[in-house]
Design a protein around this ligand. Structure first.
Ligand SMILES: Cc1ncc(COP(=O)(O)O)c(C=O)c1O
Length: 337
């Protein structure tokens, strides 16, 4: 690939786009530079921008809300369901205003959001749905892969994702030829095939190196997800007699994270680190609690309470395989201490 000198928008990128779309059962995948770019470009391709409101769950990566802002729209934060930890469909419907243009459900930690209720509410109110699939590569509802339920979906291939490259990369997935064409223009300065800027675009391309690496990894995604499910089942079994709250169970989940709920989370995390077990926090702040998006008068109790208690245990097959018992033992010691 390096010898060919074709480093952007070359044969690896178009082959990856075809292979990823086929894997998902979607018509089009358009490779872009990151998950953030995928979300903001998908919103722009749908005509969402200045003056529009976009409903997002309060419990997600800051990138979800940042991308809405980047597109020019205002994110409206909605509480999550305490069991699924995903967007609460009735709270989302209650937040719809005359300015609402879209709903962005996030499949947090690889657990599918309630897509049928969300899509039905969106259809009733004439809204677009853009799935944030940054944590849900290969996850399913019934026979269908996530990323095929809304008007468009955004994927991130950040290195730690279930399908991750060796740098930043992302993709917009859609069944609409029109949206796919707009995304292709928007990722490359709004240019048409003759090099004329017909819309305001950006530098939002995936590079050929990432596409080549992702093409090697994609055929192993289902196997890696199956390993994550096995590790999750092992955790569930071994944690059943502890006071920690377990993640939601969904047969189509892909466990990007395995996040338990515990009181005194920061103390437990620190004690586990002392014992050599590294854990994560996804996330410590709900979106409206970040200074960049601060809404001091907004109170979203479920998201806020989860943010105080979530603790992600190692679930990446290359880190966790063979170590579940050790992690659980460390967690038990840290809870009891
Ligand atoms: C839910 C969610 N949305 C969006 C993003 C943004 O993806 P990227 O880091 O590739 O821009 C991420 C990853 O960081 C994410 O976890």
């Amino acid at each position: 690939m390096l010898d060919s000198g074709h480093l952007l928008l070359g044969p690896e990128t178009s082959a990856f786009e075809d292979e990823f779309a086929r894997y998902l059962g979607a018509r089009y995948a358009v490779a872009v530079g990151s998950g953030f770019a995928a979300l903001s470009i998908a919103l722009s391709a749908l005509g969402i921008g200045d003056g529009d409101e976009v409903i997002v769950p309060a419990l997600t990566a800051p990138a979800t809300a940042g991308a809405v802002r980047r597109a020019g729209a205002r994110p409206v934060f909605v509480d999550v369901d305490p069991l699924t930890r995903n967007l609460d469909p009735s709270a989302a419907e209650a937040a719809i205003s005359p300015r609402t243009a879209a709903i962005v459900p996030v499949h947090l930690h690889g657990t599918p959001a309630a897509m049928s209720s969300i899509c039905e509410a969106a259809a009733r109110h004439g809204l677009h749905v853009i799935e944030d699939c940054a944590q849900a590569h290969g996850a399913t509802i019934g026979e269908h892969k996530l990323g095929t339920f809304g008007d468009a979906a955004a994927f991130s291939f950040y290195p730690t994702k279930n399908l991750g490259g060796a740098g930043d990369a992302g993709a917009v997935v859609t069944n609409s030829a029109d949206i796919a064409e707009k995304v292709r223009r928007l990722r490359s300065h709004g240019l048409d095939s003759s090099g004329v800027a017909i819309m305001l675009g950006e530098t939002g391309r995936m590079d050929e190196m990432q596409a080549a690496i992702l093409r090697v990894l994609l055929p192993h995604l289902d196997e890696a997800n199956a390993e994550r499910r096995e590790l999750a089942a092992l955790y569930r079994h071994q944690l059943s007699s502890t006071p920690v709250g377990l993640p939601p169970e969904h047969e189509g989940a892909v466990y990007h994270q395995f996040a338990v709920l515990t009181e005194h989370r920061d103390q437990v995390k620190a004690r586990m680190a002392e014992q050599g077990v590294l854990t994560g926090i996804h996330y410590s702040h709900a979106l409206h609690q970040h200074p960049a998006f601060a809404e001091p008068h907004l109170h979203l109790p479920v998201a806020e309470s989860l943010c105080a208690r979530l603790l992600s245990l190692p679930i990446q097959p290359e880190v966790a395989s063979g170590h579940v018992e050790q992690v659980v033992a460390s967690l038990r010691r840290s809870l009891g201490a």
